[in-house]
Design a protein around this ligand. Sequence first.
Ligand SMILES: Cc1ncc(COP(=O)(O)O)c(C=O)c1O
Length: 428
Amino acid sequence: MASGQDVRAPDVASDATLRARAARVLPWSDGLYGHMGVRGLPAGFPQFHERGDGPLVWDVDGNEYVDLMCSWGPMVLGHHHPIVDEAARDQARRGDALNGPTAAMVELAELLAATADGAAWSMFTKNGTDATTVSVMIARAATQRRYVLAAQGAYHGSAPWCTPRPDGTIFEDRAALEYFEFNDLTTVRAAIARCDADIAAIIVSPFKHDAGFDQELVDQRFASGLRELCDRVGAVLIIDDVRAGFRLDLRGSWAPLGVEPDLTARGKAMGNGHAISAVTGVEALREAATRIYATGSYWYGAVAMAAAAATIKVLRDDDGIEKMHAAGRQLRAGMARQAATHRLAIRQTGPVQMPYLTFRGDVDRQRLSLFAQEALRGGVFLHPAHNWFLSTAHDEAVIDRVLDATDRAFAAVAQQLGPNVEGSAVAR
Ligand SMILES: Cc1ncc(COP(=O)(O)O)c(C=O)c1O
């Protein structure tokens, strides 16, 4: 929770000033590159942020928000979690980037082996893109095959093989990719047939969380079917758990389904904001992992490893997943009640710990934009075109505060754009 102390930097510039300065020295004239750019978001969204504490964040203009984006995933215990911060500080006092790794690397790999499924060994990287890219390399090294199958529209990072925009890439970067539809095994079989048995891996996220769309949970038959197909054709099953990992299940997001991947790409929530990601794998792929050459100046950084071990232990020992689940249930039930009261038809999709909301029939997203803008005005930071994230710092009182703001946001949508429920029935 917020400390209540004013720890604002004394010389902090305003958002408007920083945007003007940024326009001169960053590539964009109207914001920022990548997913954190606020271009296209409703007016009022701050581009520059100042600090965070527990479930709260402050922008550079001093506005306080309940954080429903959690740094786009990494913040799983809340900003500045004391145990994680202390573990990081303690390691930093001894060293971070040294001439080789510290004991923290072995300890973290041991912890993952004991906590996660299919984690006989771990390789540590920095970003989710590193982890998915290294996973694909290991699969190709193991199978000596070319093709990788991925779901149409899924995000696996920003390297040339997977970035969603073609600029700066060449056709050959994706020449050995084939696509299927999430939750549709027929399309997977068709993609396999197109690859002429030359398939190294199938990479898939644990549920469909394509930005800007309703989320879609995985069908058990699809998950089991992918496992069977991989076994049949000798391909590696890679779960891209970068976004959902450490929020749904500490073992891995498909563990409740009983489907074990060969490789898992992990990241985001792993270090509660410290830069760390990982590939974990089954015993059979250990040898292939030793053959690829993948490394980075900061991949062995001990501070992030100590922070990750602390994060995973707190999640494990404090029943972190259930806490987020309870917060998610409270939020989902509260927003459902509110929307019905305001005669608004909404869809709430995805796991409750990673909520997302859209309005039925809102083709131009006018309702969703207004809702996000009004939530922001009411002190809640959420994104209109990307799933949100909860952390263990989002307790009942914090969710009540969120619900106060969402109630007013729904009221504004109903008042300015009218209800979208026909008669008394909820429009589909
Ligand atoms: C499913 C998934 N995979 C990979 C990535 C890439 O991670 P990073 O941005 O840390 O490179 C992301 C990032 O949002 C993601 O959601």
